[in-house]
Design a protein around this ligand. Structure first.
Ligand SMILES: Nc1nc2c(ncn2[C@@H]2O[C@H](COP(=O)(O)OP(=O)(O)OP(=O)(O)O)[C@@H](O)[C@H]2O)c(=O)[nH]1
Length: 394
């Protein structure tokens, strides 16, 4: 394979320029997702960097080498900043500015004042390696589960690019002084440039893939969450309940289902307005979320009725939580546009210890218990196992 350096430089410049357009177009379609514009700008800088270095394919490299290295370093730094923005992480970029500053300093010193291509290439390669390893680390630790593949692809590409730079630094450092020149026909340079350009391509596709995964996850979330309260919606409850039940069966654990309903909600709406009623529902969910565990599943069943699934919980334990929720709702009025709205809830409970692991039977039983709580005067908790057969009409 004959990898001509001039062709490679032009290829990297053109490829990076096209990738910057691709990333810019992607950023226009994914406006809410941060990072894409950084990556687009990074590609543009890398394209300038490679382009500026091109005239230096002469025996007398000068300022263009300094400018080329500066653009390349700024491009790498922007890739890191884009990853931080994408992951909604704060940017502690002092070290990054230091790295870019070092590249500028090293390039200027060893090009214009003490020309030494070998030292310049070794030092710069090591700095680029550090930036690329930082990008890989930021992507791979911690690894977001729903984005695993895209993060792996991009993070691994950064790690490989980092290794390519380290290999370059080591081989240049140990090459005989007279042998190394950036554009000498030693096989190292064309191979490095080739690997670098292919990895840049991978990185850009990796970024687009990450954005794609993120957008798909956001859409999935939108379709699964009740817009008003932020609880899961009925559709996701129907899908999730089977998974939770299967897991409880596998682990031979108990599971409890609670049905929660706001008392006299129609009266609240009539007295304070529909928006005030919405606020009461939001507060109910906020209260409940403050009390439940990460593995508990809270969904809006319909209207002002909510279903709470508690894995690894029997009916008696569920009753303690239900009582806490009831007291909390009764003791914390909702404040809305100067109005103070007091509301209460009734809760029906059914546990797999008395019903078994069958979701529709559990739901029906929790509903019967809720009906019992309403009948008994509201603002109370009722367990299905406490309802007599007579009350159930059998
Ligand atoms: N504000 C608001 N009201 C809703 C929403 N969904 C359903 N509702 C109202 O909730 C009310 C439910 O009324 P009912 O089923 O009679 O129940 P209730 O008045 O709470 O009476 P009990 O449940 O028997 O205590 C209806 O007026 C619905 O219009 C919502 O998202 N926001």
């Amino acid at each position: 394979m004959n990898l001509d350096l001039r062709t490679m430089m032009v290829m990297i410049a053109v490829l990076s320029f096209l990738l910057s357009i691709l990333l810019l177009v992607a950023s226009l379609h994914a406006r809410g997702i941060k990072g894409l514009r950084h990556w687009s700008m990074a590609s543009l800088f890398i394209s300038f960097g490679a382009g500026l270095a091109y005239p230096a394919l002469t025996p007398q490299p000068g300022w263009n080498i300094v400018a080329g290295a500066t653009f390349l370093a700024a491009g790498s730094a922007l890739q890191f900043l884009g990853i931080q923005a994408f992951k909604n992480r704060p940017c502690r970029c002092h070290w990054l500015m230091l790295a870019v500053g070092l590249v500028i300093g090293v390039s200027t010193w060893f090009t214009l004042f003490e020309p030494n291509t070998q030292w310049r290439a070794t030092a710069n390669s090591l700095i680029f390696a550090v930036i690329n390893f930082a990008c890989a680390r930021s992507l791979l630790i911690p690894l977001a589960s729903y984005q695993r593949t895209a993060h792996w692809l991009t993070g691994a590409s950064f790690a490989v690019l980092g290794l390519v730079y380290v290999a370059r630094a080591v081989s240049i450092f140990f090459a005989p002084a007279a042998d190394y020149g950036l554009f000498n026909p030693m096989p190292l340079n064309p191979l490095m440039f080739f690997a670098g350009s292919i990895i840049q391509l991978f990185l850009s596709f990796g970024f687009v893939l990450m954005v794609n995964y993120r957008m798909a996850a956001e859409l999935e979330n939108l379709a699964a969450i009740d817009a008003l309260t932020g609880a899961w919606n009925r559709r996701s409850l129907d899908l999730e309940c089977q998974r939770l039940l299967a897991r409880s069966a596998r682990r031979k654990e108990a599971l409890a289902v609670l049905m929660l309903d706001v008392d006299y909600f129609k009266t609240i709406n009539d007295a304070h307005g529909h928006q005030a009623g919405d606020q009461v529902l939001k507060q109910l969910i906020a209260n409940a979320k403050s009390q439940i565990r990460g593995e508990d599943y809270l969904a809006r069943y319909g209207g002002e009725e909510f279903c709470l699934i508690l894995p690894c919980t029997n009916e008696k334990e569920a009753a303690h939580l239900a009582e806490r929720l009831r007291q909390m709702q009764a003791s914390r009025p909702t404040h809305w546009q100067g109005q103070t709205i007091t509301s209460t809830i009734s809760i029906g409970i059914a546990g797999s210890d008395s019903i078994g692991l069958n979701f529709s039977a559990l739901l029906q039983a929790a509903d019967a218990a809720l009906y019992r709580a309403k009948q008994a005067g509201r603002n109370r908790v009722a367990n299905f196992s406490d309802i007599s057969l007579h009350e159930l009409g059998e």
